[in-house]
Design a protein around this ligand. Sequence first.
Ligand code: SF4
Length: 322
Amino acid sequence: MRTFSYHRAADIPSALEALTTPGTQLIAGGTEMVNWLKEGIESPGRLVDISRLPLTEIAADGVLRIGALARMSDVAAHPVVESDYPVLRDSLLRAASAQLRNMATVGGNLQQRTRCPYFRSDTPVACNKRSPGSGCSAFRGDTSGQAIFGWSESCVATHPSDFAVALAALDAVVVVQGPAGERRISATEFHRLPGDTPEVHTELASDELIIAVEIPRPAPHSHYLKVRERVSYEFAIVSVAAVVSLDGDTITSARIALGGVAHRPWRLTAAEAALTGVSLSDRDALTEAVALSFTDARPLADNGYKVTLAQRAAVRALEEAR
Ligand code: SF4
């Protein structure tokens, strides 16, 4: 049996203070951390509960600000999210199960570990995320669900969050607080590519806390499309968050992020540039523009299908965003 102490943080300064003690981990909804504790993947000496900090507010005043401890289900049901941010609502409603969404916080959602099934193997296998330097079983194993962009030989896993994909397409910002005060990190850059240090998941420093996410403007023409092996409670094989501005049927700006294809949400910047001036009714032109972002795709042995699937899903998501 592994023992640990449990504390409850009374306010943000005491939560930040707790992070300065080695061996401390924070817990809020607990939907991820409790798994890791049970499986022995995490074994902190001290667990600090931040679930009662005043970070649950959802405020819309031009900018949508969502407190880090807002529950996924509460965000999805918020009237402004329902009316003005369909891509955000659907990314939340297509994630996990209703029970998990009632517990999980948006801050915790963003801190889910990028991992693959080998990471949770009951019998120990090489996994650089679980045991840095041990190797990557997936790279020469089953790569059917792994990345096609941005991977390294150290890790080929894909990020599991749907919400993070929507945030990337919405040009959102993750607001974090540390001993030196607040800092703001682009949602697109918040999660790291694996490189030689896949065990480092995000740009969040060890002494910092996510306090909110901010979305700069409404996105009424937006859509989240998730392709998965079963209709409920499954990670995406491929997902797409598409946000467009329109003049009639013509795209005046487009932002597209993919999930299930990389170690972090993956923006299709070349496609976004090419889509300006394209009609949403012109599927050939949409397909041609989207394809520009796949010239640097690097499929692995078993996942070449994702290159085709992701492009088709992106075109469909653009059409649905209308
Ligand atoms: Fe571990 Fe990443 Fe390799 Fe999966 S892909 S075995 S998570 S290092």
